[in-house]
Design a protein around this ligand. Sequence first.
Ligand code: SF4
Ligand code: SF4
Length: 300
Amino acid sequence: TAKPNDIDAAVWEKIKDHPCYSEEAHHYFARMHVAVAPACNIQCNYCNRKYDCANESRPGVVSEKLTPDQALRKVIAVANEVPQLSVLGIAGPGDACYDWQRTKATFEKVIAEIPDIKLCISTNGLALPDHVDELASMNVDHVTITINMVDPQIGAKIYPWIFYNHRRYTGIEAAEILHERQMLGLEMLAARGILTKINSVMIPGVNDEHLIEVNRWVKERGAFLHNVMPLISEPAHGTYYGLTGQRAPRPIELKALQDRLENGAKLMRHCRQCRADAVGLLGEDRGKEFMLDQIPGELS
Ligand code: SF4
Ligand code: SF4
């Protein structure tokens, strides 16, 4: 497809075959995830650890936890079957930057076998600044940070605790540290030309109005895209995901907020949450076909 006039050539090279960064590419290119990063260093009030990172998941889907070697086998199997595969993402089920050794080992193994695949990660940002240089040296061009607040007062309502520098922090102090690390990580990525997508979870009554300000902050610091996604809840089962009982936004509330952000960082409404083991084009999921027990043989 042709480069749109308003996008610079270097950026176009990075997004033209990444389905989550280009409206066009998402019709033609596929991404896959490998769930190699189970550990997480923060607690989001809306997280249900029984499933994938709730930032990035649909309810009720448990991913298959893989070692880096198993992940390599899976990526090779998918690459052989899905010619549109262009991107390998690590989106949990915990945090890809906190569980860094497993993320890094997976990327290194995959790149040694499939050098032209694009690497992508999704993170809460707390451990991100420690790994930006390594991400750059592994040619990771795309990072998603989940940012739900820029005001620690609001953050304290979303995050009961974080684990940082070998200790646990709670309340406003925890939210302040998380906020500073997220902004630092974003600035460091922008300075290295790594495209950064911000995902925000819209939590009615907690951060819905506030996401306008989040949008302004991340745009000023070089975010390429800003997506707002709804808090996931499961009313059909009589339970909400929010540990503190928040409801999910109604579709009309979500759309109204997205409309107000339209002039801020660019919005990609086709964005689907990055489930930790999804495989395929956005909107389809072939993950089940590629569970490890479906893949014949060990690689010799
Ligand atoms: Fe759960 Fe993801 Fe939040 Fe960690 S960052 S607590 S895995 S939703
Ligand atoms: Fe990257 Fe998220 Fe897309 Fe996965 S869904 S490839 S982590 S942007």
